[in-house]
Design a protein around this ligand. Structure first.
Ligand code: THU
Length: 136
């Protein structure tokens, strides 16, 4: 997104994409949307019969953005089942950190309850590309 991120729209994309989640095992359906330097990209969680290879909605959305050429993510919206706003898991926090350590993370429960953070609050002192610079 080159224009300022409209978080309400981003949440709406996440909410709509949640309907396409493939979550027959956990039955915890999640949608996500990222606002990137290449536009908005959506994702949903995709589970697998080999449970451990399942992937979260946030990483699907971020990977779609990057595969389209985006390299910076300004905001991510998450839409889970509630009753509380779903916070991104630790693996997703690390995955997203690569593309915007200070990005806005907004999560909305079905009833409309919203939580909002900076990724840097959710993952303090994160490990990013800078850590690899100048390493032996
Ligand atoms: N999940 C997400 O997609 N995003 C989150 O932020 C939390 C968890 C998925 C993974 C799994 O398919 C299901 O929700 C239950 O953990």
């Amino acid at each position: 997104m080159s224009e300022p991120t409209d978080l309400g729209e981003l949440v709406a994309v996440a909410r709509a994409t949640r309907e396409r989640a493939y979550a027959p095992y956990g039955r915890f359906l999640v949608g996500a949307a990222v606002a990137s330097d290449g536009g908005v990209f959506a994702g949903a969680n995709v589970e697998n019969a080999s449970y451990g290879v399942s992937i979260c909605a946030e990483r699907v959305a971020a990977a779609a953005a990057v595969a389209s050429g985006a390299r910076r993510i300004d905001a991510v919206a998450v839409a889970g089942p509630g009753p509380r706003p779903t916070p991104p898991c630790g693996a997703c926090r690390q995955f997203l950190y690569e593309f915007g350590p200070d990005m806005i993370v907004v999560s909305e429960a079905p009833g409309g309850d919203r939580s909002q953070w900076r990724l840097s609050e959710l993952l303090r002192d994160g490990f990013g590309p800078a850590e690899l610079e100048g390493s032996a």
